[in-house]
Design a protein around this ligand. Sequence first.
Ligand code: IMP
Ligand code: MG
Length: 180
Amino acid sequence: MKQVTYEGLTFEPYILRETIDARVRELGKDIMRDCAGQRPLFVCVLNGAFPFACDLFRACEELDAEIAFIRLRSYEGTGSTGVVKEVLGLTDDIEGRTVIVVEDIIDTGNTIDRLVSDLRAKNPAAIKVATLLFKPEALVKPVSPDYVGFSIPKKFIIGFGLDLNGRARNLNDIYILKED
Ligand code: IMP
Ligand code: MG
């Protein structure tokens, strides 16, 4: 498969779509088992999590579930700024509900840490975190996601929702920054 180039950076294929699809189906089964009899609210963290959230939500079709969207931003280029901005807030009432936060990637953990504490203040019954990708070596916050698609090294990746300055989200596979 071919390499792709954005802003002078070259990326090579890393996790193929069929591998992502199979893993998302497994995560869906885990969530359906854990949330059986509940009516969870999936909260998709825009922009990056939208393809994963779409597939994961549909992989949970045996649940009587709902989905809502929230928008956060902490990245500029290929590095986290450490400052998490809430761009679009959650309007749904989550008191007493099981909330499943759906993220594209947990890197430093700043975004999810901030989001989970904001959500906790709204008194949900439980908050679970599902992330497609997890970089454990990059963590600066004590975060342990409940559902992880793939644990990966501390490298920059794009595709399947993940971007470089807004670009490359529409790649069907996940690509990793080539180092040479
Ligand atoms: P954190 O707050 O450092 O955990 O970063 C979370 C956010 O940073 C994610 O939701 C992504 O938008 C972005 N991010 C982290 N690592 C990458 C990457 O390798 N590629 C693209 N975006 C990333
Ligand atoms: Mg993001």
